[in-house]
Design a protein around this ligand. Sequence first.
Ligand code: GLC
Length: 739
Amino acid sequence: MKLGRFLLASTLFFIGCSSTPRQADLPVYLNENEPIEERIEDALQRMTLREKIDVIHAQSKFSSAGVERLGIPEVWCTDGPHGIRPEVMWDEWDQAKWTNDSCTAFPALTCLAATWNPEMSARYGMAIGEEARYREKDVLLGPGVNIYRTPMNGRNFEYMGEDPLLASKMVVPYIQNVQKNGVAACVKHFALNNQEIERHGVNVVVDDRALYEIYLPAFKAAVQEGGAWAIMPAYNRYKEQHCCHNQYLLNDILKGEWGFDGVTISDWGGVHDTKQAALHGLDMEFGSWTNGLNWGASNAYDMYHMAVPYMKMIENGELTTKELDDKVRRVLRLIFRTAMNTRKPFGSMNTEAHLQAARDIAGEGIVLLKNEGDVLPVNLDNCKNILVVGENAIKMMTVGGGSSSLKVMKEYTPLEGIINYVGDKANVIYQRGYVGDVTGEYNGVKSGQDLSESRTAEQLIADAVAAAEKADVVIFFGGLNKKEGQDCEGVDRSEYALPYGQNEVIEALAAANKNLAVVNISGNAVAMPWVEKVPSIMQGWFLGSESGNALAQVIFGEVNPSGHLPFTFPVKLEDNSAHSVGEWPGARDVHYTESIFVGYRWADKEQLKALFPFGHGLSYTTFEIGEPTMSKTSLKAGGKITIKCEVRNTGKREGAEVVQLYIGDKESSLPRPVKELKGFQKLHLAAGESGVAEFTITEDELKFFDDKKHEWVAEAGEFTAYIATSAEDVLYTLNFTLK
Ligand code: GLC
């Protein structure tokens, strides 16, 4: 069989070589052996004004035109950060009703961030990039790295948490590996899109320190380390200009300070003005309400702001082609990197490798928040009656939530995963417990589930309690879902509490059976008034196609959880800075009065104890972190300090620990947080095995953004390094000075 394949392949190869023209005979712009910048200039000077205008705006819902006359292909974009969106109609959000566009849904990016493992991010990017490539897409509209400023933001599940360093370290491998497939990552939403309420118009008022130290770093890393080929500016406004055409963000910072050579692709409907779009750094306009004033007339793409209106301004001399040529150069660079890149791999879809990646990422991202007693891992030798309660045990979560919604080949719900895992080793009983959202449809994709329920809330609780009294162990799956008002784009949450009366169900179950584990399926923190009454609590995230299988592997102990929280779980909403000194959701303006004190930075400043702190995560084994050593206690400009500490797995099974390095500046000319995450390392260790966590501190790790000087500065003086396993669990402090 192998020889046959080889002969066939070599025959095809020979035919291929003889029929395609040799590269040397091609015009420069078509010749992949020529430097890309020369190809760009060659193509640009061949293009007419109309052709230049055509390539900088959409021609359909998710594509922009190429230059047919020159054999330059169109550009195809696709959502989203967690999987490849099913095909929609040419000019509609509704389904094209293909039968071959079901995909693998990978875990939400909050779960990826919770792995604290850049290798998982690399696997994620490669797998989703392969699916985008297989679907012949040139741009993946993701990942998103907007900072988690408030637990009320409906879209936090698509992002990577509250800390700029964690988000920076975790976004880079994702981008690099998507792009290895010849598909551009389009990092979004740049910038300050930290709420969904009034997202198309709210004007964010934030000081430069918070902008540079909190909200921009992950985007900067995406560009300068990740090499992102595309950036999606956000809907909201900053300094009164819509981010999709914002002089400060797009021209001064992104393209100026950071040297971004890719394209800015507007969010869909984020462009409002031709002249601003022309002059303030936008390169491609998508999703506009065609005449810019009201709902789009269909197929009226010439009416886009950067279409005929822009061409007219050039023709009447109001604008030159200077900005247009820069946009076209960037679009051509994108096309040469993607659509015209003949050396890219072919991709793959719905493979076992992708499902394994989804399971592994989920298994490393699930966070064991609390585990007293011996509820988890459930031991099937002595647990013969397992009760599963809660709507989130049966509800599909890959449909809904906004543009990240998907059409999967299969989604294993938690109940399915548990039943499959247990087999005939135990009896699994299910009780609904509560009714939340019985719908399951987005843009024509239907979950197909019938979640209807006729019992009253009281009856549901009574039935669950009755079953709990007879069970060996009870596992409650609750949390949020992808319905508007929960974890969903376009709307923010209306309460910090768990919805649908879940707290009553949990309290009743805790009273009925002490062997209770609560699994919170959400992309946001929630209040847990029953936290003292529940011995085991797990953050389960939205895990995609393999949800149930990954959760079952952790619940029954096949996988040892090693996730750590990428954001703080405040006890109550008022403990979050946006809801105490800050402003949310604001009105015309929203003031980020809390400045740099976001998340644990605020908790440290106010000495607030979290329900569960940033960086927190338990394991089924135990670790010992030994006294760290420091290569020196004074750092000179240009020098470095190395901190090492031994980590030993002192338990009976393998596991992984995340050692975190925070640094605090004892005195500074401007206010600074008590400590800030400056490094982390995840060590996978066998039972009894030891490893060494190693951190390097240079001046860069000590800098803050001086908004008066408009530069990053490190001030000489005393600093403290904190070796920790969460923002609250500091094991060691080491003092050093910067000369
Ligand atoms: C949406 C989202 C953006 C998405 C785009 C295309 O409104 O804000 O993340 O990629 O439009 O669906």
